[in-house]
Write a protein that binds this ligand. Structure first.
Ligand SMILES: [Zn+2]
Ligand SMILES: [Zn+2]
Length: 192
């Protein structure tokens, strides 16, 4: 018996793309890269926009939930902060490269160029480059807020005890010092 190639026999070892018929080296999806890319968007589900909060007073960026960090434009720290915002959605792809695209410092925009890879249909790996844009929103951090408005406070605590000795209060004082809470305390007032 003899193997007779069919009439549309492609170049040796090649197959035809099941979508457009272009001869291609075989791959698990049997599709050319163009057709695969047209069918699959591996960046689906990754937000292309986000926000970062920036305190103009002390020039720090908010690292949620409550840390403010100092970092310059296009720094590694700022890159990490931006990536953290979309971290969950990046778990489904492999992050190959990430970097900033230059934006005018007064534009209040940060642009990140990301390259990701993902295995699609039976082991074929696709790579995609895309941009995520962040809007820089100004927000005064708590430290600056406290300096700005002298009477800014989050909580008032009143402690009462009817007794002749002050032992409990001394103990409380030690606890406050131990946990360094006095640093963020505005005022401690004794009332008879
Ligand atoms: Zn094709
Ligand atoms: Zn600040």
């Amino acid at each position: 018996m003899e193997y007779i190639p069919g009439p549309a026999a492609p170049t040796q070892g090649h197959i035809l793309c099941c979508q457009c018929g272009v001869p291609i080296p075989p791959n698990p999806a049997n599709m050319c890269v163009g057709c695969l890319r047209a069918q699959v968007d591996i960046t689906e589900g990754i937000p292309k926009q986000g926000t970062v909060h920036f305190c103009k007073q002390c020039e720090r960026y908010l690292q949620p939930p409550g840390t403010w960090i100092q970092c310059t434009l296009e720094s590694r720290e700022l890159l990490a902060l931006c990536l953290k915002k979309i971290k969950a959605s990046l778990s489904k792809v492999r992050l190959i490269d990430a970097g900033f695209i230059w934006t005018e410092p007064h534009s209040k925009r940060l642009k990140l160029k990301l390259t990701v890879q993902k295995e699609v249909i039976n082991g074929a790996v696709l790579q995609q480059v895309f941009v995520v844009e962040y809007i820089v929103q100004s927000q005064m951090c708590e430290d600056c807020h406290r300096i700005e408005a002298k009477d800014f406070w989050k909580a008032v605590v009143q402690v009462r005890q009817k007794t002749l000795h002050k032992k409990t209060f001394f103990y409380l004082e030690q606890l406050i010092l131990k946990h360094r809470l006095h640093q963020n305390t505005l005022r401690i007032k004794e009332i008879h």
